[in-house]
Design a protein around this ligand. Structure first.
Ligand SMILES: Nc1ncnc2c1ncn2[C@@H]1O[C@H](COP(=O)(O)OP(=O)(O)OP(=O)(O)O)[C@@H](O)[C@H]1O
Length: 258
């Protein structure tokens, strides 16, 4: 499933937040959006998954205009893990994850054996199968995040949009989540704050700066000391790690005497 975003522009009042952004994501690619706080990453994603409506531009999923697609059809094609996940009612963990199946079912259809298997596998993949009967509200921040990831996995879409998917997770689960998502082999567009994780998992990266695409390309070409200084204002030492053969960034304190 491929996504083409063309000339997307979005404003809050008179303030332009996203300015003429174009993204091309090929089938099976894992693409990261990186950029400083407030650069517009979430706003771009929300315009694609339609929590916000762009002023101009379009998003095409396999050539089909997303803004003209029914919500149900969109949910069958795109799984979304947003940054704000306000849950108003308390549900058991397994009920929360089972909600991921709803786009595939009729209004009052009972869960099939297949649905239950998919839900169980999603619980297992995220390491929360032993929490299935616990109320969601009683979980820690990281456990809640794993439930939300399990729900999007249970949705079984070919395209995932993830906004800070490993927010709240300890490093073990961050790696596990990225590994699991990569293993799915689906197309992914994810906003990622951790630059080393972006380097490890992304095929390509878009650097977002002040609402625009600053640079785009493979992690090795994008995550350079110069770009990190220009965009984030940070000093780094960037090398290719001998084991992973991926970019490894060491952050340098400002007052380091070199
Ligand atoms: N309702 C709003 N009215 C005005 N400005 C807004 C509104 N919502 C967001 N913004 C501004 O839009 C800009 C982009 O926000 P966005 O959440 O897309 O950034 P981000 O790159 O995802 O940031 P972060 O890394 O902090 O999550 C920010 O400056 C934010 O203050």
């Amino acid at each position: 499933m491929k996504l083409i975003v063309e000339h997307l522009t979005f404003s809050h009042g008179t303030k332009k937040i996203v300015d003429d952004i174009s993204l091309h994501i090929k089938k099976g690619e894992f693409v990261g959006l990186i950029g400083p706080n407030g650069s517009g990453k979430s706003t771009i994603l929300k315009n694609i998954y339609r929590t916000l409506t762009p002023v101009s531009g379009q998003s095409l999923l396999d050539g089909e205009n997303l803004y003209q697609m029914s919500r149900r059809k969109t949910a069958k094609k795109i799984g979304v893990l947003g940054q704000e996940n306000h849950i108003s009612f308390d549900f058991k963990v397994e009920e929360m994850v089972a909600m991921g199946r709803s786009p595939h079912k009729g209004l009052f259809t009972i869960d099939t054996k297949e649905d239950r298997n998919i839900v169980y596998n999603a619980l297992k993949k995220t390491g929360i199968e032993n929490m299935a009967k616990i109320n969601y509200m009683n979980l820690s921040g990281g456990e809640k995040q794993r439930v939300l990831i399990a729900r999007v996995l249970a949705q079984e879409t070919d395209f995932l949009i993830l906004d800070e998917p490993t927010n709240h997770l300890d490093i073990n689960y961050q790696l596990q989540m990225f590994d699991s998502i990569r293993e799915l082999g689906v197309t992914v567009l994810a906003a990622i704050h951790d630059l080393n994780l972006a380097a490890l998992y992304c095929d390509r990266i878009y650097v977002i700066h002040k609402g625009q695409v600053y640079k785009a390309g493979k992690p090795k070409d994008i995550l350079t000391e110069e770009t990190l200084l220009e965009v984030f204002g940070i000093h780094t030492d960037v090398a290719i790690h001998p084991i992973t053969n991926k970019v490894a960034i060491t952050y340098l304190p400002r007052n380091l005497n070199r």
